[in-house]
Design a protein around this ligand. Structure first.
Ligand SMILES: [Zn+2]
Length: 62
């Protein structure tokens, strides 16, 4: 796996946590992100394709 793959922390108040993890190898086709795009290179307005959490709220796995 990727050391730099950040996970979504879920939306505040959500009934269940979001377990989405951005995978640079796959990109995010749902948001038009090409495979091979590093998390750092995502647009600032990119959001979680599952729950809509903003990029700034993503956390890197310890
Ligand atoms: Zn999410």
């Amino acid at each position: 796996m990727y050391d730099d793959a950040p996970g979504c922390d879920g939306s505040p108040g959500a009934s269940r946590p979001c377990d989405y993890v951005y995978d640079p190898a796959q990109g995010d086709p749902h948001n038009g992100i090409d495979p091979g795009t590093a998390f750092e290179d995502l647009p600032e307005d990119w959001i979680c394709p599952v729950c809509g959490e903003p990029k700034s709220e993503f956390k890197k796995e310890a």
